[in-house]
Design a binder for this molecule. Structure first.
Ligand code: ADP
Length: 518
Protein backbone atom coordinates (compact mmCIF):
# COMPACT_ATOMS: atom_id res chain seq x y z
CA UNK A 1 0.00 0.00 0.00
CA UNK A 2 1.19 3.47 -0.71
CA UNK A 3 1.14 5.29 2.59
CA UNK A 4 3.31 8.22 1.65
CA UNK A 5 2.27 10.27 -1.31
CA UNK A 6 5.84 10.94 -2.31
CA UNK A 7 6.76 7.26 -2.71
CA UNK A 8 7.07 5.46 -6.00
CA UNK A 9 3.94 3.43 -6.79
CA UNK A 10 3.19 0.46 -8.95
CA UNK A 11 0.03 -0.92 -10.53
CA UNK A 12 0.22 -4.40 -11.96
CA UNK A 13 -1.45 -6.69 -14.47
CA UNK A 14 -5.23 -6.41 -14.64
CA UNK A 15 -5.30 -3.25 -12.56
CA UNK A 16 -2.76 -1.47 -14.73
CA UNK A 17 -4.58 -2.50 -17.87
CA UNK A 18 -7.95 -1.50 -16.51
CA UNK A 19 -6.80 1.92 -15.41
CA UNK A 20 -5.31 2.45 -18.89
CA UNK A 21 -8.53 1.40 -20.61
CA UNK A 22 -10.63 3.60 -18.38
CA UNK A 23 -8.38 6.64 -18.81
CA UNK A 24 -8.35 6.32 -22.59
CA UNK A 25 -12.10 5.75 -22.83
CA UNK A 26 -12.85 8.69 -20.58
CA UNK A 27 -10.74 10.93 -22.75
CA UNK A 28 -12.47 9.71 -25.90
CA UNK A 29 -15.86 10.36 -24.26
CA UNK A 30 -14.75 13.86 -23.38
CA UNK A 31 -13.94 14.90 -26.94
CA UNK A 32 -16.38 12.82 -28.94
CA UNK A 33 -19.24 15.29 -28.49
CA UNK A 34 -17.19 17.80 -30.51
CA UNK A 35 -16.82 15.49 -33.55
CA UNK A 36 -18.31 16.48 -36.85
CA UNK A 37 -20.39 19.32 -38.25
CA UNK A 38 -22.92 19.04 -35.43
CA UNK A 39 -20.30 18.74 -32.72
CA UNK A 40 -20.53 20.95 -29.65
CA UNK A 41 -18.02 23.50 -28.41
CA UNK A 42 -16.20 23.43 -25.09
CA UNK A 43 -15.23 26.36 -22.94
CA UNK A 44 -11.71 26.15 -21.58
CA UNK A 45 -11.11 28.37 -18.62
CA UNK A 46 -7.65 28.95 -17.26
CA UNK A 47 -7.02 28.25 -13.57
CA UNK A 48 -6.80 31.96 -12.86
CA UNK A 49 -9.99 32.64 -14.85
CA UNK A 50 -8.03 35.15 -16.87
CA UNK A 51 -8.42 33.48 -20.26
CA UNK A 52 -11.39 31.81 -21.82
CA UNK A 53 -11.19 29.77 -25.00
CA UNK A 54 -14.30 28.58 -26.81
CA UNK A 55 -13.32 25.76 -29.12
CA UNK A 56 -14.22 22.42 -30.63
CA UNK A 57 -10.73 21.69 -31.85
CA UNK A 58 -9.67 18.37 -30.35
CA UNK A 59 -5.99 19.27 -30.07
CA UNK A 60 -6.73 22.55 -28.29
CA UNK A 61 -9.05 20.86 -25.78
CA UNK A 62 -6.63 18.05 -25.09
CA UNK A 63 -3.70 20.42 -24.65
CA UNK A 64 -5.63 22.33 -22.01
CA UNK A 65 -6.59 19.56 -19.62
CA UNK A 66 -4.37 18.32 -16.83
CA UNK A 67 -4.19 14.54 -16.76
CA UNK A 68 -2.58 12.03 -14.48
CA UNK A 69 -3.67 8.93 -16.37
CA UNK A 70 -0.78 7.60 -18.44
CA UNK A 71 -2.91 6.09 -21.21
CA UNK A 72 -4.94 9.27 -21.56
CA UNK A 73 -1.66 11.13 -21.98
CA UNK A 74 -0.69 8.82 -24.83
CA UNK A 75 -3.91 9.77 -26.61
CA UNK A 76 -3.19 13.44 -26.06
CA UNK A 77 0.21 12.86 -27.64
CA UNK A 78 -1.14 11.16 -30.75
CA UNK A 79 -3.59 13.96 -31.25
CA UNK A 80 -0.73 16.43 -30.94
CA UNK A 81 1.31 14.52 -33.52
CA UNK A 82 -1.71 14.48 -35.83
CA UNK A 83 -1.98 18.25 -35.38
CA UNK A 84 1.71 18.80 -36.12
CA UNK A 85 1.87 16.50 -39.11
CA UNK A 86 -1.50 17.01 -40.81
CA UNK A 87 -3.14 19.86 -38.93
CA UNK A 88 -6.56 18.23 -38.54
CA UNK A 89 -8.23 14.96 -37.62
CA UNK A 90 -7.18 15.46 -34.02
CA UNK A 91 -10.56 14.54 -32.55
CA UNK A 92 -11.01 11.60 -34.90
CA UNK A 93 -7.68 10.02 -33.97
CA UNK A 94 -8.39 10.30 -30.27
CA UNK A 95 -11.95 8.98 -30.62
CA UNK A 96 -10.91 6.05 -32.81
CA UNK A 97 -8.11 5.04 -30.45
CA UNK A 98 -10.43 5.18 -27.47
CA UNK A 99 -13.09 3.13 -29.30
CA UNK A 100 -10.45 0.53 -30.21
CA UNK A 101 -9.61 0.30 -26.52
CA UNK A 102 -13.28 0.07 -25.55
CA UNK A 103 -13.59 -2.94 -27.84
CA UNK A 104 -10.33 -4.36 -26.51
CA UNK A 105 -11.54 -4.01 -22.94
CA UNK A 106 -14.61 -6.13 -23.71
CA UNK A 107 -12.47 -8.74 -25.44
CA UNK A 108 -9.97 -8.91 -22.61
CA UNK A 109 -12.15 -8.64 -19.52
CA UNK A 110 -15.41 -10.23 -20.67
CA UNK A 111 -14.29 -12.75 -23.25
CA UNK A 112 -10.96 -13.41 -21.52
CA UNK A 113 -8.93 -13.09 -24.70
CA UNK A 114 -5.24 -12.42 -24.14
CA UNK A 115 -4.13 -8.86 -25.07
CA UNK A 116 -1.50 -10.31 -27.42
CA UNK A 117 -4.24 -12.06 -29.38
CA UNK A 118 -6.21 -8.82 -29.56
CA UNK A 119 -3.11 -7.04 -30.85
CA UNK A 120 -2.62 -9.67 -33.56
CA UNK A 121 -6.24 -9.30 -34.61
CA UNK A 122 -5.98 -5.52 -34.65
CA UNK A 123 -2.92 -5.68 -36.88
CA UNK A 124 -4.72 -7.84 -39.44
CA UNK A 125 -7.69 -5.48 -39.28
CA UNK A 126 -5.71 -2.27 -39.65
CA UNK A 127 -3.88 -3.70 -42.66
CA UNK A 128 -7.20 -4.60 -44.30
CA UNK A 129 -8.63 -1.17 -43.44
CA UNK A 130 -5.67 0.70 -44.92
CA UNK A 131 -5.76 -1.40 -48.09
CA UNK A 132 -9.46 -0.65 -48.50
CA UNK A 133 -8.86 3.04 -47.90
CA UNK A 134 -6.08 3.18 -50.48
CA UNK A 135 -8.14 1.28 -53.03
CA UNK A 136 -11.01 3.74 -52.63
CA UNK A 137 -8.88 6.90 -52.81
CA UNK A 138 -9.36 9.16 -55.83
CA UNK A 139 -6.63 11.21 -57.44
CA UNK A 140 -7.35 14.29 -59.53
CA UNK A 141 -3.88 15.76 -59.11
CA UNK A 142 -3.32 16.03 -62.86
CA UNK A 143 -6.62 17.77 -63.65
CA UNK A 144 -6.28 21.36 -62.45
CA UNK A 145 -9.99 22.22 -62.40
CA UNK A 146 -11.07 19.01 -60.71
CA UNK A 147 -8.22 19.25 -58.21
CA UNK A 148 -9.21 22.76 -57.23
CA UNK A 149 -12.71 21.47 -56.60
CA UNK A 150 -11.26 18.68 -54.43
CA UNK A 151 -9.30 21.24 -52.43
CA UNK A 152 -12.38 23.42 -52.08
CA UNK A 153 -14.42 20.45 -50.85
CA UNK A 154 -11.72 19.38 -48.40
CA UNK A 155 -11.60 22.89 -46.98
CA UNK A 156 -15.40 22.92 -46.68
CA UNK A 157 -15.39 19.58 -44.87
CA UNK A 158 -12.70 20.72 -42.46
CA UNK A 159 -14.48 24.00 -41.81
CA UNK A 160 -17.89 22.30 -41.47
CA UNK A 161 -17.20 21.35 -37.90
CA UNK A 162 -15.70 24.69 -36.91
CA UNK A 163 -16.74 28.20 -36.03
CA UNK A 164 -16.43 29.15 -39.70
CA UNK A 165 -19.08 26.58 -40.71
CA UNK A 166 -21.67 29.29 -41.42
CA UNK A 167 -19.42 30.88 -44.00
CA UNK A 168 -17.56 27.78 -45.06
CA UNK A 169 -17.77 28.44 -48.80
CA UNK A 170 -16.29 31.90 -48.33
CA UNK A 171 -13.41 30.66 -46.19
CA UNK A 172 -12.90 27.51 -48.26
CA UNK A 173 -12.26 29.67 -51.34
CA UNK A 174 -10.01 31.96 -49.35
CA UNK A 175 -7.95 29.01 -48.01
CA UNK A 176 -7.64 27.39 -51.43
CA UNK A 177 -6.44 30.68 -52.96
CA UNK A 178 -3.89 31.12 -50.18
CA UNK A 179 -2.53 27.57 -50.44
CA UNK A 180 -2.37 27.57 -54.24
CA UNK A 181 -0.18 30.68 -54.03
CA UNK A 182 2.40 28.53 -52.22
CA UNK A 183 2.85 26.50 -55.42
CA UNK A 184 3.31 23.15 -53.72
CA UNK A 185 5.25 24.28 -50.66
CA UNK A 186 3.93 23.31 -47.23
CA UNK A 187 5.62 26.29 -45.62
CA UNK A 188 2.66 28.02 -44.03
CA UNK A 189 5.01 30.74 -42.74
CA UNK A 190 4.31 32.50 -46.04
CA UNK A 191 0.65 32.81 -45.13
CA UNK A 192 0.30 35.40 -42.44
CA UNK A 193 -2.86 35.66 -40.39
CA UNK A 194 -3.71 39.07 -38.93
CA UNK A 195 -6.52 39.15 -36.38
CA UNK A 196 -8.53 42.33 -35.95
CA UNK A 197 -11.55 42.28 -33.70
CA UNK A 198 -14.48 44.15 -35.23
CA UNK A 199 -16.75 43.69 -38.22
CA UNK A 200 -18.11 40.30 -39.14
CA UNK A 201 -16.41 37.07 -40.19
CA UNK A 202 -17.11 37.63 -43.88
CA UNK A 203 -15.31 40.98 -43.71
CA UNK A 204 -12.15 38.84 -43.57
CA UNK A 205 -10.12 38.85 -46.76
CA UNK A 206 -7.00 37.58 -48.43
CA UNK A 207 -4.46 40.16 -49.48
CA UNK A 208 -1.29 39.59 -51.43
CA UNK A 209 1.92 40.60 -49.71
CA UNK A 210 2.59 41.17 -46.07
CA UNK A 211 0.89 43.32 -43.45
CA UNK A 212 2.70 44.55 -40.37
CA UNK A 213 0.61 45.55 -37.38
CA UNK A 214 2.55 48.78 -36.74
CA UNK A 215 2.45 52.40 -37.76
CA UNK A 216 4.95 54.39 -39.80
CA UNK A 217 6.91 56.96 -37.76
CA UNK A 218 5.31 60.43 -37.85
CA UNK A 219 7.98 62.26 -39.83
CA UNK A 220 8.76 59.42 -42.20
CA UNK A 221 7.70 59.23 -45.83
CA UNK A 222 4.28 57.52 -45.83
CA UNK A 223 4.54 55.67 -49.11
CA UNK A 224 7.54 54.17 -50.82
CA UNK A 225 7.77 52.52 -54.19
CA UNK A 226 10.38 50.04 -55.23
CA UNK A 227 11.44 49.73 -51.61
CA UNK A 228 14.75 48.44 -50.35
CA UNK A 229 14.20 47.26 -46.80
CA UNK A 230 16.67 46.74 -44.00
CA UNK A 231 15.17 44.62 -41.25
CA UNK A 232 17.19 44.98 -38.05
CA UNK A 233 17.30 44.08 -34.43
CA UNK A 234 19.52 46.75 -32.98
CA UNK A 235 19.57 49.18 -30.11
CA UNK A 236 19.57 52.71 -31.53
CA UNK A 237 20.18 54.04 -28.06
CA UNK A 238 23.87 53.27 -27.71
CA UNK A 239 24.06 54.86 -24.32
CA UNK A 240 22.14 52.59 -21.96
CA UNK A 241 21.48 55.36 -19.42
CA UNK A 242 17.88 55.83 -20.53
CA UNK A 243 17.17 52.16 -20.66
CA UNK A 244 18.27 51.30 -17.18
CA UNK A 245 17.31 54.60 -15.61
CA UNK A 246 20.76 54.93 -14.09
CA UNK A 247 21.88 58.22 -12.63
CA UNK A 248 25.02 59.96 -13.72
CA UNK A 249 26.49 62.62 -11.53
CA UNK A 250 27.95 65.54 -13.40
CA UNK A 251 29.39 68.64 -11.79
CA UNK A 252 28.36 71.09 -14.45
CA UNK A 253 25.63 71.57 -17.07
CA UNK A 254 28.44 71.74 -19.60
CA UNK A 255 29.33 68.10 -18.86
CA UNK A 256 25.71 67.09 -19.30
CA UNK A 257 25.37 68.67 -22.71
CA UNK A 258 28.70 67.09 -23.62
CA UNK A 259 27.28 63.69 -22.73
CA UNK A 260 24.16 64.40 -24.76
CA UNK A 261 26.23 65.58 -27.68
CA UNK A 262 28.33 62.43 -27.58
CA UNK A 263 25.17 60.34 -27.51
CA UNK A 264 23.73 62.20 -30.53
CA UNK A 265 27.00 61.80 -32.41
CA UNK A 266 26.90 58.05 -31.86
CA UNK A 267 23.30 57.91 -33.06
CA UNK A 268 24.20 60.00 -36.10
CA UNK A 269 27.07 57.70 -36.96
CA UNK A 270 24.81 54.68 -36.63
CA UNK A 271 22.14 56.23 -38.86
CA UNK A 272 24.84 57.06 -41.42
CA UNK A 273 26.02 53.45 -41.35
CA UNK A 274 22.44 52.28 -41.83
CA UNK A 275 21.73 54.74 -44.65
CA UNK A 276 24.94 53.61 -46.38
CA UNK A 277 23.13 50.40 -47.27
CA UNK A 278 21.22 52.35 -49.90
CA UNK A 279 17.87 51.52 -48.34
CA UNK A 280 14.51 53.31 -48.41
CA UNK A 281 12.92 51.61 -45.41
CA UNK A 282 14.35 50.73 -42.01
CA UNK A 283 12.39 48.33 -39.80
CA UNK A 284 13.72 47.79 -36.31
CA UNK A 285 12.71 45.26 -33.71
CA UNK A 286 13.67 47.79 -31.03
CA UNK A 287 12.84 51.47 -30.55
CA UNK A 288 14.32 53.99 -33.00
CA UNK A 289 13.75 57.26 -31.04
CA UNK A 290 13.02 60.72 -32.41
CA UNK A 291 16.44 61.94 -33.37
CA UNK A 292 17.47 58.94 -35.51
CA UNK A 293 13.94 58.88 -36.97
CA UNK A 294 14.36 62.51 -38.12
CA UNK A 295 17.78 61.78 -39.55
CA UNK A 296 16.41 58.81 -41.45
CA UNK A 297 13.47 60.87 -42.72
CA UNK A 298 15.89 63.56 -43.96
CA UNK A 299 17.64 60.83 -45.94
CA UNK A 300 14.24 59.84 -47.41
CA UNK A 301 14.12 56.63 -45.40
CA UNK A 302 10.88 55.39 -43.86
CA UNK A 303 11.32 54.08 -40.33
CA UNK A 304 9.20 51.54 -38.53
CA UNK A 305 10.11 50.84 -34.93
CA UNK A 306 9.37 48.27 -32.26
CA UNK A 307 8.01 45.59 -34.57
CA UNK A 308 7.28 42.32 -32.78
CA UNK A 309 9.72 39.47 -33.21
CA UNK A 310 7.45 37.30 -35.32
CA UNK A 311 6.69 40.33 -37.47
CA UNK A 312 10.33 41.10 -38.30
CA UNK A 313 11.16 37.45 -38.88
CA UNK A 314 8.33 37.02 -41.36
CA UNK A 315 9.00 40.35 -42.99
CA UNK A 316 12.63 39.41 -43.59
CA UNK A 317 11.53 36.04 -44.95
CA UNK A 318 8.93 37.32 -47.41
CA UNK A 319 10.94 40.29 -48.64
CA UNK A 320 13.98 38.10 -49.18
CA UNK A 321 16.10 39.90 -46.59
CA UNK A 322 17.77 38.88 -43.37
CA UNK A 323 17.64 40.40 -39.91
CA UNK A 324 20.80 42.45 -39.35
CA UNK A 325 22.30 43.69 -36.11
CA UNK A 326 25.61 45.19 -37.25
CA UNK A 327 26.08 47.66 -40.06
CA UNK A 328 29.84 47.87 -40.66
CA UNK A 329 29.81 45.70 -43.76
CA UNK A 330 26.85 46.59 -46.04
CA UNK A 331 27.92 43.96 -48.55
CA UNK A 332 27.20 41.23 -45.99
CA UNK A 333 23.68 42.43 -45.17
CA UNK A 334 20.79 40.97 -47.15
CA UNK A 335 18.36 43.72 -48.07
CA UNK A 336 14.69 42.89 -48.60
CA UNK A 337 12.62 44.21 -51.49
CA UNK A 338 9.03 44.94 -52.35
CA UNK A 339 7.09 47.08 -54.86
CA UNK A 340 5.15 49.35 -52.50
CA UNK A 341 5.03 50.10 -48.78
CA UNK A 342 2.03 52.08 -47.64
CA UNK A 343 -0.29 52.66 -44.72
CA UNK A 344 -3.67 50.93 -44.84
CA UNK A 345 -6.71 50.96 -42.56
CA UNK A 346 -8.37 47.86 -41.17
CA UNK A 347 -11.42 48.90 -39.20
CA UNK A 348 -10.21 51.75 -37.03
CA UNK A 349 -6.55 50.71 -37.05
CA UNK A 350 -3.66 51.83 -39.19
CA UNK A 351 -1.29 49.11 -40.40
CA UNK A 352 1.53 48.89 -42.91
CA UNK A 353 1.24 46.92 -46.10
CA UNK A 354 4.18 45.57 -48.11
CA UNK A 355 2.92 44.71 -51.62
CA UNK A 356 4.73 42.87 -54.38
CA UNK A 357 7.19 41.20 -51.99
CA UNK A 358 10.15 39.17 -53.23
CA UNK A 359 8.53 35.89 -52.15
CA UNK A 360 5.60 36.22 -54.60
CA UNK A 361 3.72 33.41 -52.88
CA UNK A 362 3.42 35.31 -49.59
CA UNK A 363 -0.01 36.54 -48.61
CA UNK A 364 -1.96 37.70 -45.61
CA UNK A 365 -5.35 36.70 -44.34
CA UNK A 366 -7.01 39.50 -42.43
CA UNK A 367 -9.45 37.88 -40.01
CA UNK A 368 -12.34 39.94 -38.70
CA UNK A 369 -14.93 38.91 -36.14
CA UNK A 370 -17.12 40.28 -33.42
CA UNK A 371 -15.20 39.05 -30.36
CA UNK A 372 -11.65 38.07 -29.62
CA UNK A 373 -12.77 34.48 -28.85
CA UNK A 374 -14.44 34.34 -32.24
CA UNK A 375 -11.37 35.60 -34.06
CA UNK A 376 -9.07 33.25 -32.13
CA UNK A 377 -11.22 30.21 -32.91
CA UNK A 378 -11.50 31.36 -36.53
CA UNK A 379 -7.71 31.41 -36.69
CA UNK A 380 -7.47 27.86 -35.31
CA UNK A 381 -10.05 26.67 -37.86
CA UNK A 382 -8.35 28.41 -40.73
CA UNK A 383 -5.02 27.01 -39.65
CA UNK A 384 -6.47 23.48 -39.79
CA UNK A 385 -7.86 24.07 -43.26
CA UNK A 386 -4.61 25.60 -44.55
CA UNK A 387 -2.52 22.74 -43.11
CA UNK A 388 -4.70 20.02 -44.60
CA UNK A 389 -4.82 21.78 -47.97
CA UNK A 390 -1.08 22.28 -48.13
CA UNK A 391 -0.62 18.57 -47.36
CA UNK A 392 -3.13 17.66 -50.07
CA UNK A 393 -1.21 19.66 -52.65
CA UNK A 394 1.66 17.22 -51.99
CA UNK A 395 -0.37 14.00 -51.60
CA UNK A 396 -3.21 14.67 -53.98
CA UNK A 397 -5.35 11.61 -53.24
CA UNK A 398 -8.69 12.20 -51.56
CA UNK A 399 -11.29 10.10 -49.82
CA UNK A 400 -14.86 10.67 -48.65
CA UNK A 401 -15.96 11.91 -45.22
CA UNK A 402 -19.19 11.76 -43.26
CA UNK A 403 -18.30 8.28 -42.03
CA UNK A 404 -18.10 6.96 -45.60
CA UNK A 405 -14.42 6.00 -45.49
CA UNK A 406 -14.82 4.44 -42.04
CA UNK A 407 -17.81 2.34 -43.13
CA UNK A 408 -15.98 1.29 -46.25
CA UNK A 409 -13.01 0.17 -44.16
CA UNK A 410 -15.29 -1.49 -41.61
CA UNK A 411 -16.95 -3.62 -44.31
CA UNK A 412 -13.58 -4.75 -45.66
CA UNK A 413 -12.35 -5.53 -42.16
CA UNK A 414 -15.47 -7.66 -41.59
CA UNK A 415 -14.65 -9.52 -44.79
CA UNK A 416 -11.12 -10.06 -43.54
CA UNK A 417 -12.47 -11.40 -40.23
CA UNK A 418 -14.08 -14.29 -42.07
CA UNK A 419 -10.71 -15.50 -43.27
CA UNK A 420 -9.10 -15.38 -39.81
CA UNK A 421 -9.09 -18.47 -37.60
CA UNK A 422 -9.56 -18.62 -33.85
CA UNK A 423 -10.14 -15.89 -31.31
CA UNK A 424 -8.16 -13.36 -33.34
CA UNK A 425 -11.22 -13.10 -35.58
CA UNK A 426 -13.13 -11.60 -32.66
CA UNK A 427 -10.54 -8.86 -32.36
CA UNK A 428 -10.74 -8.15 -36.10
CA UNK A 429 -14.50 -7.76 -35.70
CA UNK A 430 -13.92 -5.49 -32.71
CA UNK A 431 -11.75 -3.25 -34.88
CA UNK A 432 -14.52 -3.06 -37.44
CA UNK A 433 -17.05 -2.05 -34.75
CA UNK A 434 -14.68 0.68 -33.53
CA UNK A 435 -14.51 2.10 -37.07
CA UNK A 436 -18.31 2.16 -37.26
CA UNK A 437 -18.35 4.30 -34.14
CA UNK A 438 -17.22 7.31 -36.21
CA UNK A 439 -20.48 7.48 -38.26
CA UNK A 440 -22.38 6.54 -35.09
CA UNK A 441 -20.94 9.49 -33.17
CA UNK A 442 -21.48 11.84 -36.14
CA UNK A 443 -25.16 10.85 -36.13
CA UNK A 444 -25.48 10.99 -32.33
CA UNK A 445 -23.99 14.46 -32.25
CA UNK A 446 -26.60 15.62 -34.74
CA UNK A 447 -29.32 14.27 -32.43
CA UNK A 448 -30.33 11.55 -34.91
CA UNK A 449 -31.13 7.89 -34.40
CA UNK A 450 -27.64 6.58 -34.89
CA UNK A 451 -28.41 2.86 -34.81
CA UNK A 452 -31.00 3.28 -37.55
CA UNK A 453 -28.78 5.49 -39.71
CA UNK A 454 -25.62 3.44 -39.29
CA UNK A 455 -27.43 0.17 -40.05
CA UNK A 456 -28.77 1.73 -43.25
CA UNK A 457 -25.33 3.09 -44.09
CA UNK A 458 -23.83 -0.35 -43.62
CA UNK A 459 -26.48 -1.93 -45.82
CA UNK A 460 -25.83 0.72 -48.50
CA UNK A 461 -22.15 -0.17 -48.53
CA UNK A 462 -22.90 -3.89 -48.74
CA UNK A 463 -25.14 -3.12 -51.70
CA UNK A 464 -22.22 -1.47 -53.44
CA UNK A 465 -22.87 2.23 -52.79
CA UNK A 466 -19.26 2.94 -51.99
CA UNK A 467 -19.81 6.69 -51.64
CA UNK A 468 -22.62 6.46 -49.06
CA UNK A 469 -22.14 8.45 -45.87
CA UNK A 470 -23.94 10.64 -43.40
CA UNK A 471 -23.87 14.12 -44.91
CA UNK A 472 -25.38 16.55 -42.43
CA UNK A 473 -26.49 13.35 -40.67
CA UNK A 474 -28.66 12.18 -43.57
CA UNK A 475 -27.80 9.12 -45.57
CA UNK A 476 -26.57 10.21 -48.97
CA UNK A 477 -23.81 10.24 -51.55
CA UNK A 478 -20.77 12.00 -50.13
CA UNK A 479 -19.48 12.46 -53.65
CA UNK A 480 -22.55 14.45 -54.61
CA UNK A 481 -22.50 16.45 -51.39
CA UNK A 482 -18.78 17.11 -51.80
CA UNK A 483 -17.86 15.83 -48.31
CA UNK A 484 -14.28 15.15 -49.28
CA UNK A 485 -11.33 14.54 -46.99
CA UNK A 486 -7.62 14.18 -47.46
CA UNK A 487 -6.46 10.59 -47.92
CA UNK A 488 -3.31 11.31 -45.99
CA UNK A 489 -5.32 12.57 -43.01
CA UNK A 490 -7.59 9.51 -42.88
CA UNK A 491 -4.67 7.15 -43.32
CA UNK A 492 -2.78 8.80 -40.50
CA UNK A 493 -5.84 8.62 -38.23
CA UNK A 494 -6.08 4.83 -38.70
CA UNK A 495 -2.34 4.26 -38.33
CA UNK A 496 -1.91 6.45 -35.23
CA UNK A 497 -5.04 5.19 -33.49
CA UNK A 498 -4.06 1.54 -34.06
CA UNK A 499 -0.54 2.15 -32.85
CA UNK A 500 -1.71 3.94 -29.73
CA UNK A 501 -4.26 1.22 -28.95
CA UNK A 502 -1.60 -1.45 -29.38
CA UNK A 503 0.81 0.42 -27.17
CA UNK A 504 -1.75 0.77 -24.40
CA UNK A 505 -2.86 -2.86 -24.76
CA UNK A 506 0.67 -4.00 -24.08
CA UNK A 507 0.68 -2.34 -20.69
CA UNK A 508 0.79 -4.67 -17.72
CA UNK A 509 2.60 -2.45 -15.30
CA UNK A 510 2.38 1.24 -14.43
CA UNK A 511 5.30 2.47 -12.39
CA UNK A 512 5.11 5.97 -11.04
CA UNK A 513 8.42 7.34 -9.94
CA UNK A 514 8.56 9.23 -6.68
CA UNK A 515 8.83 12.99 -6.90
CA UNK A 516 12.44 14.12 -6.72
CA UNK A 517 13.42 14.87 -3.15
CA UNK A 518 15.08 18.17 -2.51
P1 ADP B 1 -11.34 16.33 -36.37
O1 ADP B 1 -10.70 17.19 -35.35
O2 ADP B 1 -11.04 14.89 -36.19
O3 ADP B 1 -11.15 16.80 -37.77
P2 ADP B 1 -13.99 17.33 -36.63
O4 ADP B 1 -14.80 17.80 -35.49
O5 ADP B 1 -13.43 18.32 -37.57
O6 ADP B 1 -12.88 16.42 -36.05
O7 ADP B 1 -14.92 16.31 -37.44
C1 ADP B 1 -14.45 15.60 -38.54
C2 ADP B 1 -15.49 14.59 -38.96
O8 ADP B 1 -16.66 15.26 -39.40
C3 ADP B 1 -14.98 13.78 -40.12
O9 ADP B 1 -15.29 12.43 -39.92
C4 ADP B 1 -15.76 14.34 -41.30
O10 ADP B 1 -15.96 13.39 -42.30
C5 ADP B 1 -17.04 14.77 -40.67
N1 ADP B 1 -17.70 15.82 -41.45
C6 ADP B 1 -17.24 17.05 -41.73
N2 ADP B 1 -18.10 17.75 -42.49
C7 ADP B 1 -19.17 16.95 -42.68
C8 ADP B 1 -20.41 17.09 -43.37
N3 ADP B 1 -20.71 18.22 -44.03
N4 ADP B 1 -21.24 16.07 -43.33
C9 ADP B 1 -20.93 14.95 -42.66
N5 ADP B 1 -19.79 14.74 -41.99
C10 ADP B 1 -18.92 15.72 -42.01
Amino acid sequence: MNVFADEATEERGENARLSSFIGAMALGDLVKSTLGPKGMNKILQSASNSTIIVTNDGATILKAIALDNAAAKILVNISKVQDDEIGDGTTSVCVLASELLREAEKLVTVQKIHPQTVIEGYRIASKAALEALEASALDHGSDEKQFREDLFNIARTTLSSKVLAQDKDYFANLSVDAVLRLKGSTDLEHIQIIKKVGGKLTDSYLDEGFILDKTIATNSPKRIENAKILVANTSMDTDKIKIFGARVKVDSTGKLSELERAEREKMKAKVAAIAAHGITCFVNRQLIYNYPENLLAEAGIMSIEHADFEGVERLALVTGGEIASTFDAPEKVKIGRCDVIEEIMIGEDKLIKFSGVAAGEACTVVLRGATSQMVEEAERSLHDALSVLSQTVKETRVTLGGGCAEMLMSCKVDEAARTVKGKKALAVEGFSRALRQIPTILADNGGYDSSDLVTKLRAAHYEGQADAGLGESRLGSMKELGVTESYKLKRQVVISASEAAEMILRVDNILRSAPRRR
